[in-house]
Design a protein around this ligand. Structure first.
Ligand SMILES: *[C@@H]1O[C@H](CO)[C@@H](O)[C@H](O)[C@H]1NC(C)=O
Ligand SMILES: *[C@@H]1O[C@H](CO)[C@@H](O)[C@H](O)[C@H]1NC(C)=O
Length: 373
């Protein structure tokens, strides 16, 4: 672990040099707008769509957003910025607005859009307890609707180019375990499937979603694996004796993540192009979970905002315990990384030189490649 860390630090310095050199050498067209960015998935990437829905899966009350520039809750499940925000920064773009935001009109549509909705999974029956959330097939329906709206402004051809040249992020799958298979003992899915068979089923359904995304015009898609499901404060609170990660949930993640990479390889060879890029967010988070101090965190087990053991029980609300310095915590609430952790994760997207982290390439390489089209 320590070795990987040093290696990636070394890489960071080198690659910063490289990026700097590149910006100096390659002439940038002055009027070039940043490429569009589209986001699909669950609470890890929701920028606030659920604020507009009748659901309990929402982050629109304090202390959510306490470190956001406005110091107000936005619907992001973070004390400040989330992963899509840090990616937007890398693209040199403003953050994507939630698709349901009334502010998303006119020229702002050209920045892209965020379709994610907290609580959803690959499967339609994931997150049923949250009732009214935007399941994956609906997120894609909205993406189609978005394209019609943009076509009305810039015409169908430019719209198709905007979509083909966009960067896409999809983060989904964790809830199919924590908010479905493992939600209650003897859940319907756990009675129907053994864990290995369930993982195969979720992956096969996920493959259909990615194929649909391709059909809808996406040509460069970051696909994140699940985080270390058994190590989040919520699971420590319920399943851990002494702070060790839940073996059962870690087994689920260990089965799921490699099969996701395999499925992505198959799709890329089917399309004859590296459309899909596997992002090993599980390993990225494991690095700071196993050695939080190396990343400047005092703990990766206790959530900053919550209550009970590990601050991992219930929701983060105005009545919860709240840590004074959010930057010292890897987890903001019982399930979601802190702003600083999100920043570290996206830095790994950019700089990782290892295909274990980013397969087949990192985001810097993607940006350099795609800018030459
Ligand atoms: C989810 O529901 C939609 C709409 O009813 C349907 O088209 C889709 O096939 C369903 N997906 C799964 C995995 O059952
Ligand atoms: C990205 O990946 C490439 C190829 O593995 C590597 O050479 C480079 O150092 C990495 N980081 C950056 C910032 O490009």
């Amino acid at each position: 672990m320590a070795l990987t860390l040093f290696a990636s630090r070394g890489c960071l310095v080198l690659s910063l040099f490289f990026a700097l050199a590149l910006t100096l050498i390659v002439p940038q067209p002055a009027e070039a707008a940043p490429r569009a960015f589209f986001v699909f998935g669950d609470s890890l990437v929701d920028n606030g769509n659920n604020n507009y829905l009748a659901t309990t899966a929402r982050a629109d009350t304090p202390p959510y957003g306490i470190d956001y520039p406005t110091r107000r809750p936005t619907g992001r499940f973070s004390n400040g910025l989330n992963i899509p925000d840090f990616i937007s920064r890398q693209l040199g773009a403003e953050s994507t607005l939630p698709y349901l935001s009334p502010e998303l009109t006119g020229q702002r549509l050209l920045v892209g859009a965020n379709f994610a909705s907290a609580g959803i999974g690959v499967l339609n029956d994931t997150g049923i307890q949250f009732v009214n959330i935007i399941r994956m097939f609906r997120q894609f329906d909205y993406f189609q609707q978005y394209q019609r709206r943009v076509a009305a402004i810039i015409g169908p051809q430019r719209t198709q180019r905007l979509v083909n040249e966009a960067l896409v992020l999809i983060t989904v799958g964790g809830n199919d375990f924590v908010n479905n298979y493992y939600l209650v003992p003897f859940s319907a899915r756990s009675r129907q499937f053994s864990l290995p068979d369930y993982v195969k089923y979720v992956i096969s359904e996920y493959k259909k979603l990615l194929m649909r995304l391709y059909e809808l015009g996406a040509r460069r898609v970051l696909v994140t694996g699940t985080g270390p499901l058994g190590c989040v404060p919520a699971e420590l609170a319920q399943r851990s004796r002494n702070g060790e990660c839940s073996a059962e949930l870690q087994r689920a993640a260990a089965l799921y993540n490699p099969q996701l990479v395999q499925m992505i390889r198959e799709l890329n060879s089917q399309y004859g192009s590296d459309v899909f890029v596997a992002v090993n967010t599980g390993q990225m988070q494991n690095d700071f979970i196993s050695n939080p101090q190396a990343y400047g965190f005092t703990t990766s087990k206790i959530a900053c905002c919550g209550q009970g053991r590990f601050n991992g029980l219930g929701l983060c609300t105005v009545a919860s315990n709240l840590c004074p310095n959010r930057d010292l915590y890897a987890f903001w609430d019982p399930f979601h990384p802190s702003e600083r952790a999100n920043g570290i994760i996206v830095r790994q997207f950019m700089t990782s030189g290892s295909t274990t982290y980013m397969y087949p390439m990192n985001l810097s390489t993607i940006m350099a490649l795609d800018s030459r089209i």
